[in-house]
Design a protein around this ligand. Structure first.
Ligand code: ATP
Ligand code: MG
Length: 342
């Protein structure tokens, strides 16, 4: 089976709810047995994967880019068909269910906020009929009631198609409010908090844990902190489950893939903190003694007219960014190894 387009993917599967295909309300137990998915013949993106997610569990899925995490999430909503194996929700093979029955019980929050051109009210409650108080309560829980009240002018305020009058993070929060209102037994998050800062991302997780207490939550994330309170973590690699356990247990094993992901993330954070510090550099001597950076980016307004040769030499490399024209003079006066001037 290959990914092509939605029509191809769902061809032959029940599209409408029939007496046969109608799902009873889910509890949210997901089980996959020997699941395969391929984009091209012979190239399995998901390869014989078996996974049981008990109803109500909060599962974090992590793994490197291309490991197959999003594909797995899409398989649960039947956006892709399996080329092998069985995927059941509450024991019902989802390929036998009508799409409406299936998808109306699954809330999906992905990296790209899905917002319609229309009012806030319509975006939160497309079917209509929910009282304003419930909409405001959901917005409050999703930490975006101020945004709606002050910036958008209330529930009748307008959201542009695709949410382009909002930042990506603000769009995510509105979508989170919609998820909370929908009250589905199964919630799938795919990099849903990637556009939020670390604090908000953790807050979203906490909100979901508290508000969707009974729902099964499958949360795919790159940032390990985003799945910090998951009951269980699955690490995917090349379409398979490489590790499965509790966070503390995986972190406790220095040979685990999860441990290596956490270490890489820590290093990357350290690097970007270093970069940020270098941008606000004011005093090159104290900066050097504190961190001994290899590369410094700084506004030339803050660079002393003359950097002692010994300091510059010990830095190894130095990049200066000068924007105002009169700063160019300062750049050219810097003594030492400059690797770039703009
Ligand atoms: N629509 C598509 N058509 C063809 N190949 C695809 C398609 N979507 C994903 N793939 C391929 O399937 C593999 C798994 O992709 P997937 O998006 O599931 O990975 P992922 O683990 O979610 O990665 P990331 O962390 O970058 O989001 C990758 O090799 C990718 O190139
Ligand atoms: Mg992905």
């Amino acid at each position: 089976m290959h990914y092509q387009n939605i029509e191809d993917l769902t061809a032959g599967l029940p599209q409408e709810d029939t007496a046969h295909g109608k799902a009873s309300s889910f509890f949210g137990e997901v089980s996959m047995r020997a699941v395969d998915v391929s984009y091209t013949l012979g190239d399995k993106v998901i390869d014989g994967l078996s996974l049981h997610i008990p109803a109500g569990q909060k599962l974090g899925i992590v793994g490197r880019t291309g490991a197959g995490k999003s594909t797995l999430v899409r398989a649960i909503t039947r956006l892709t068909r399996l080329s092998g194996g069985v995927l059941c929700i509450d024991g019902q093979d989802i390929s036998t269910l009508g799409l409406h029955s299936l998808r109306s019980q699954i809330a999906v929050l992905s990296q790209q906020p899905h917002l319609f051109g229309g009012t806030v009210r319509f975006n939160l409650d497309p079917a209509g009929g929910r009282p304003d108080a419930e909409l405001w309560a959901a917005l409050q829980k999703a930490r975006c009631s101020d945004l709606v009240a002050q910036r958008l002018g209330g529930l009748d305020g307008v959201i542009s198609s695709g949410g382009c009058n909002l930042s990506a993070g603000q769009g995510q929060l509105i979508c989170l409010a919609r998820v909370l209102l929908a009250d589905c037994p199964l919630i799938l998050l795919d990099e849903a908090t990637a556009s939020l800062d670390a604090e908000l991302s953790q807050l979203v997780e906490a909100v979901l844990t508290a508000e969707a207490r009974d729902a099964t939550v499958v949360h795919v994330a790159h940032r390990l902190a985003a799945v910090g309170s998951a009951d269980r973590i699955v690490v995917m690699e090349a379409g398979r489950i490489a590790e499965d356990g509790q966070r503390a247990e995986l972190l406790g094993r220095q040979t685990s893939l999860f441990y290596r992901l956490a270490r890489d993330e820590r290093h990357a954070r350290g690097r970007s903190r270093g970069d940020r510090r270098s941008v606000v550099l004011c005093n090159i001597n104290s900066y050097r003694s504190a961190t001994s950076p290899k590369l410094i980016m700084c506004s030339c307004a803050s660079v002393p007219m003359f950097i002692p040769r010994t300091v510059a030499a010990s830095l190894g490399s130095l990049m200066c960014v000068a924007s105002p024209a009169n700063d160019a003079r300062k750049v050219s006066s810097i003594k030492g190894p400059c690797v770039g001037k703009e």
